[in-house]
Each structure stands twice: as structure tokens, then as C-alpha cells.
Design a protein around this ligand. Sequence first.
Ligand code: IMP
Ligand code: MG
Length: 175
Amino acid sequence: MAERVRVLLSEEEVDARIQAIGEEISRDYEGKQVHLICVLKGGSFFMCELAKRISVPVSLDFMSVASYGSDTKSSGVVKIVKDLDESLRDKDVIVVEDIVDSGRTLSYLLEVLRSREPRSLRLCTLLDKPERRVVNVAVDYTGFQIPDEFVVGYGLDYAQKYRNLPYIGVVELDE
Ligand code: IMP
Ligand code: MG
């Protein structure tokens, strides 16, 4: 079966939206330093582009989590595969994610991070699928709300492919 990727959000649309979020964060954190946490691997493309558009001082850290479940559905049981290098204490932290789907991964992760006593903790996601939400998660900055479709690009993968697409697309299988 051949796969095709249909463009859902063009490179220009995504770039413009990231620019706007960068400006919003720069205003909200004026006089402060923001500590961005990238959730690997999906959040990496978004975080780099976002960080470049934030005008207040930025520091970065990375973590990787594995969700026990199939590729397309998370179970909510999350294991930290790679933890952060630095403490969060007294930092103004923004978690940068690719997508909030059921909300299970983020809800668990935010709880873990909150216990490390950051000064503040917010969530920024490029994409949100509100129809799919199972666990309530407060999202502070959202790039786009999208319908319930499986998307790729800008860090998001389908069987580890397509993360490098500079746009958001939907995988379509040709019979
Ligand atoms: P949640 O715990 O259900 O919110 O799952 C979040 C994770 O599932 C994301 O960080 C992605 O890794 C993955 N995911 C959810 N929806 C999609 C999608 O449409 N495309 C690619 N990955 C997705
Ligand atoms: Mg992810």
C-alpha cells in the first residue's frame, strides 16, 4: 500500500503561528528567563523554531518519555526514559510538546514536573486535538486545534517517518 501525505497546515501557516506564539511568550515573560523543556522526539522541531522567536533569555532542557501502549494510542502509564539535566527549582518553565491528544502523557508529566517545584509551569503545544481528550490538561499556548486525524510532520511521526516534513500533514493510504 502506498502512502501519501495530504497537507493540513502549510509551512507558511505553521511558521506564522510559531512567530505569534513566540511574541506572546516574550510579552508574558518580560523581565524573566524562560526555561523550555522539550519532550523528545516530537517536540524538538517546534521547540527550536519557537526558541528562535522568543526575545527574553531562554534556557533549554530535554526529556524523553515512553508511553506503554500502541503507536497510535497512549495508555497513560509513562516511563521517563531520559530525565532532565537540570533542576527546575525557581525556574519559569514551559513544557513544549508537539501534540496533546488524550492528554494522558502530559497530565502525568506535568504532575512529575510540578513536584520539582518550578516557580511557574506552563504548557505550550503546537497541536491540540480537543475531541480526543480523556484527561483534562490545561494548555496555556496552542498553535492549532485540529480535527481527530492522525498527523505527521514538524516532529510528529508515523512509524518514525515524516518527522522532518516542514508542514503538518495527514497520512493517506492508497489501496
Ligand atoms: P496523549 O497522551 O494521548 O495526549 O498522546 C500524546 C502523544 O501521542 C504525542 O506526544 C505523540 O507522540 C502521540 N500522538 C498523538 N496523536 C498523534 C498524531 O496525530 N500523530 C503523531 N503522533 C501522535
Ligand atoms: Mg510527543
